[in-house]
Design a binder for this molecule. Structure first.
Ligand code: PHE
Length: 394
């Protein structure tokens, strides 16, 4: 057994111990997270988390929080890090970029956190990153995929793949698996994520011989997409690429069907929420999106994570929960290796993460502070997410 496998096993062992002492397990993921900076005890490490616990992407924040919470419980049950217990302070940014920036500043300057976890949405991570960088506090985003996020500086990391890859994954799927030749785009101009992914899809789809027959847009928060969809309908595309977040995508799916459009919708990880099909219902059947993780993965690491998460939260973890968990175990691993918890030592240790076995794959932080990992394509079928195929980075 190598070192990285061992680190996961010790976490899993800790989980087993936790499960056997039910008084230690809490059903409410938020209960150990407060937003006020209680005095830091000498025997604890305080980290900050910024997430959308409310607002249009609330499930991103709550799932990520729960994944992080599970990891921390396991880490602490196994004795903590260098004899210290880990505590997380969570601030809700209400799904707003300005709030994410304010929260990051508060956690760093008032609560003196040693590291930051968050955000999920790229636009909000882009608002936080310059703050982490200027204060020299390492930040790990679990799941922001826009390439610009980690380009903000050498204190900013991610444990997920990036959108040039994710855009290529869906372009390949459209061209090679669905044999699509003509694609329409419907992008959210307010989201760096959606704009970037639309561009990367376009670039790759064209390289594969496809044509973009129309490129349309909306603004996050919109609820009526009929005029864009009517224009799309006149072009009769084979597929419609909609790399937005679940609230708008659910509504777009419904309106697509109301207009009698048959072409399947394709999207990215921003679709990953149980709310997607709650909002979109049957209209989403036959749609596909790329993602970081699938609970259908039978590997022991994934299945043990699912069991532990279900024990604590009574639901199957989504991709956000898995990414939150992974961000926390990568940070913990770096903390164990770091010379000190000071910003520069911690940054150095995170950057040296190599072949670390996490739930969403093996994580090596590359020179751009990104992780190169495979993606899965998920099909929406009968209101459920079904694993379709895995696409590896070349
Ligand atoms: N990748 C998205 C972004 O950068 C966020 C996201 C990740 C959403 C994973 C859902 C699942 O904005």
């Amino acid at each position: 057994m190598n070192k990285t496998t061992q680190s996961v096993s010790s976490l899993l062992l800790a989980a087993a111990i936790l499960i056997s002492f039910p008084s230690c397990t809490k059903k409410d993921g938020a209960s150990n997270a407060t937003s006020t900076g209680a005095a830091t005890a000498a025997d604890e490490i305080v980290i900050g988390e910024v997430g959308s616990l409310t607002g249009s992407e609330a499930t991103f924040g709550t799932s990520t929080r729960d994944g992080i919470d599970l990891a921390i419980k396991q880490i602490n049950a196994a004795g903590g890090i260098k004899g210290k217990k880990v505590r997380v302070l969570i601030l809700d940014d209400q799904s707003k970029a300005e709030e994410a920036a304010t929260a990051a500043t508060k956690l760093i300057t008032q609560d003196k956190v040693v590291a930051l976890l968050g955000e999920v949405a790229s636009t909000r991570s882009l608002a936080m990153a310059p703050i982490a960088q200027s204060h020299q506090v390492p930040m790990i985003t679990p799941s922001s995929t826009n390439p610009e996020v980690t380009a903000k500086g050498n204190y900013v990391f991610r444990v997920c793949f990036i959108d040039p890859f994710q855009g290529m994954v869906m372009a390949k799927f459209a061209a090679n698996t669905l044999h699509a030749k003509r694609a329409a785009i419907l992008r959210d101009v307010k989201s760096d994520y959606s704009v970037g992914l639309s561009n990367f899809f376009t670039e790759n789809f064209k390289k594969l011989g496809g044509e973009i027959v129309i490129d349309t847009s909306y603004s996050g928060g919109d609820a009526d997409f009929k005029s864009q969809l009517t224009s799309i309908k006149t072009k009769n595309p084979d597929v419609i690429y909609v790399p937005g977040y679940y609230t708008e995508v659910g509504l777009i799916a419904r309106q697509t069907k109301e207009l009698g459009i048959k072409a399947p919708l394709l999207g990215g990880d921003g679709w990953d929420s149980e709310k997607l099909t709650e909002i979109g219902g049957q209209a989403l059947d036959g749609s596909f999106f790329s993602n970081h993780y699938t609970p259908d993965d039978k590997s022991p690491v994934v299945q043990r994570f699912i069991t532990e998460y279900k024990t604590q939260f009574n639901i199957v973890p989504d991709g956000l929960a898995a990414m939150g968990y992974d961000a926390m175990i990568v940070l913990a691993d770096a903390m164990k290796r770091a010379k000190s918890f000071g910003g520069d030592d911690l940054r150095q240790a995170i950057s040296e993460t190599k072949d670390f076995q996490a739930v969403t794959g093996r994580i090596t932080i590359d020179k751009n502070r990104d992780a190169s990992k495979s993606a899965v394509v998920i099909e929406v079928k009968g209101g459920k997410f079904q694993y379709k195929e895995t696409i590896n980075p070349s």
